[in-house]
Design a protein around this ligand. Sequence first.
Ligand SMILES: Cc1cc2nc3c(=O)[nH]c(=O)nc-3n(C[C@H](O)[C@H](O)[C@H](O)COP(=O)(O)O)c2cc1C
Ligand code: SF4
Length: 473
Amino acid sequence: MKLFQPLQINSMELSNRIVLTAMVTRLSGEDGYVNKDIRDRYIRFAKGEAGLIVVEAMAVHTAKSGPLLRLCDDSFIPGLRDMAKAVHDCSPSKIVPQIIHFLKIARSGWRQKVQDLTKVEIDQIVINYGDAARRAREAGFDGVELHMAHAYTLSSFLSQRNNRNDAYGRSLENRMRLMSEVIVRCREMVGKDFPIGVRFDGEECIKNGYTVMDSRQIALRMAQLGIDYISISAGGKFEDAILKAGEPLYPYTGYSGDRCMPGDTYPDGANVYIAEGIKSFINSKGYYTPIVTTGKIATPELAESILEEGKADMIGMARALLADPDWPKKVRDGRSDHLIRCIYGNVCKSLDENFRKVVCTLWPKGSLQAPESDDKVAPIWPQSAELKAKIEVGSVRLTWNAASDNEGVYGYEIYRAEGDKDFEKWTSVKRLGHWDTGVVGGERYRYYVRAYDFAGNRSEPSNSVEVAMPFPV
Ligand SMILES: Cc1cc2nc3c(=O)[nH]c(=O)nc-3n(C[C@H](O)[C@H](O)[C@H](O)COP(=O)(O)O)c2cc1C
Ligand code: SF4
């Protein structure tokens, strides 16, 4: 598979094309130092052998925030060095930190805007990024990723809504100025051979925000400035965020937030077209900087087809790897049928929003890390599964009997077929029942259920059931 072909990025060789894109864990304290839980989180990811692990955003400056890692002072280096080493010791995965600068926000809804910054403050941002990049190298990371996406400072400068009246605003060239200064400074600080990646929005997904028409030019400039890989995200802006009284504005609550972390109602690979547009543009200009695409890419088939069709060079996955950090290893070893599939209900996102420790709803209750198991014994149905389907209030209600397992049943996977089509994996649940609210009148549906354990072993399929939804009028 192309997914498992190695990729050279400057001095770093990735063993495969799978990238764990940055995901804030809220496992650190407000002090921003690495602690055991954070270290364990990245060791757990590393055991799954993603080619590149991007560690959650860490601040380049001292501004107050909730629980967030930091790289704004040399005192943060030892903890990060220890974590990077622990990852290298247990895995072929490469590891880079994502470094971020953000502006001030208040619970009242007030937020500092790029228009408020003085030239001295802008120059300080450039210095902060350079120093943090230097620390990333000193901490033994394999590279560094500059966060220029979503609602944060560098993204807000790139934004089409940046209407500063000086050399840093309005025109595309001016909006790219700070980004360029930061890239040049970071390169000076880390040297030529240290990989520098950038993450930025390929589309802002807000009214009057930029689209691929601008982002392809921005990516081209990054490539011209010697950036080693470009990771394309989307949305996640303050401009359309929904203010909750007394709470800090969370930039993933509006439409642009949905586009950033597409939920279960979005199609798979919802943002691939953006990366595709950027990649074809920079390639047409003679630049082949590897492009990462992300956004609801969960199946090996989709990931492989994106690479085969040349839409991107690497596949970014955040939630799919939170749900199952062993995804890369399982797919590489031909065990895709053991994957624990993310259901994109975004419980992890709402934990992040509320500054609570980010875990996956599929994990066993109370766990801070994804379970690990090499067990080979599949769950069984001690009595028959007796899957039943009943039409209730315009939905289908499914119920079945409990399965059992030598280690423990982790969950149940529900498969659904519409009319005469083939069965598809529909969702996963932990309890013994599910309401399918996505059915429509005049259509027939068939279902079956399989239990799975911590290693992803599946039970035999349950009996299958069929319901015909009456046409409503
Ligand atoms: C809980 C959570 C925290 C995230 N934190 C970051 C972050 O620190 N930096 C970043 O660039 N993206 C962050 N993201 C966005 C992800 O990297 C990714 O782009 C997004 O979830 C869509 O990809 P997916 O469908 O593979 O999850 C976060 C996403 C989630 C769910
Ligand atoms: S909490 Fe939900 S959306 Fe997040 S990783 Fe787990 S299954 Fe996926």
